[in-house]
Design a protein around this ligand. Sequence first.
Ligand code: IMP
Ligand code: MG
Length: 183
Amino acid sequence: MSISSEVNTRQTGRELSRIVYSAEDIRTRVKEMADEITAAYEPEDEILVLGLLKGSFIFLADLVRQIQHPLQVDFLVASSYGNSTKSSGEVNLLYDPEASVTGRSVILVEDIIDSGTTMNRLIPMLEGRGPGSLEICALLHKRVATLDREPRWVGFDAPLEFLVGYGLDYGEDFRHLPFIGSL
Ligand code: IMP
Ligand code: MG
């Protein structure tokens, strides 16, 4: 089936080369991840789910609704890409969470790990605030990065293509797509 018969370019704005993960693939995997996270914590753990904006917003929203523990949600804004498909290597923190990290069971939620620059910069910063525990949950991992700390939960090992949809953007476009496609 050609991509154009599956995906309406009125919705995508431009032709994608292929669908990598369908909405159904994502739904199934996110539920499995939420179940694993539920099993990894106790109800009395003070869970703080910290989403990296903007890319994680849809993933985080779907994930937290299926975690069966009390938890709180906050966000970090770190920017490294600008409008390019290549990482600039620099990570700027544009918004810092109000919620205290100290003593909490922090789950850092990331849309995709590519070069690892973002994670390698953020983890020491968050560790410095003395969380009770700190784990990374990434929907996608390209498995090319040398990470100081590997994510505990990964949705999919992603192909080395530029992916968009389900929160991921190219120049701020495509975030709203319910599936993940390749440009
Ligand atoms: P890293 O710092 O190189 O690991 O890149 C992490 C950030 O780059 C992610 O949070 C994404 O926002 C963005 N990114 C990396 N790869 C892709 C991609 O294939 N599509 C869209 N955004 C990406
Ligand atoms: Mg991004």
